[in-house]
Design a binder for this molecule. Sequence first.
Ligand SMILES: [Zn+2]
Length: 244
Amino acid sequence: MHTPTPAQLLQVWERGGDPSAAARGLLLLGCSCDEYSAEAQAALPLGRRDALLLELRERLFGAAIDAVAACPHCAATVEATFRCDDLRLPHADAAASMLEHAARGIRVQFRLPDSRDLLALENCGDAEAARALLLERCVLDARSGDEAHEPRSLPHELQAEIARAMAQADPQADLQLAFRCPHCDHEWQPLFDIARFLWQELHAWALHMLREVDTLAQAYHWAEADILALSPRRRQAYLELCAP
Ligand SMILES: [Zn+2]
């Protein structure tokens, strides 16, 4: 992984104006993760993708993540700070490529969901259709003896067990934060979606950066590329010099 330059980050932000969270996650990997081809990035289990996005987040914006949530019990706004290291689970990169679950006389082989699946699920009308499509995509083989089963025809209980086995095998993809409300002592664990979170931070950063470019371009008539190529320290010094 390498740290993208400000110019590369602005390009990513520009290209991610419209797409979904899944597509934005891939844009973020694409600008930083040169150890994988674009195809391989899209095929990474979501937990591995999220571990890489956490690493990118730490490179871009530091290790501390300030999270805010509303207490589900008393509705108070609760703030908490987490470290990227605390959110990276061990073995996030060691998820098996093929898993197996056997129950009710049926042996099911399946793989973990990845970004290609998230993209395919975007056009599903409801959660039920999304679940069925995900199962169809990720179940590689289901059979009892010599008889093969269609993923959709598997008993509902078995489908639920496969979904649970997927989540257990890739816990980094379902990361939960530990919150405790200081007002009512309620404890809860909201899901943390690093792809969404990092994109929001990138968006705020991009708007801030464009404001700085605007200020310096007006003051010194430099080109955007030249301003973006300045080190943060030098850019800050010029901003202070031209401040009214
Ligand atoms: Zn509370």
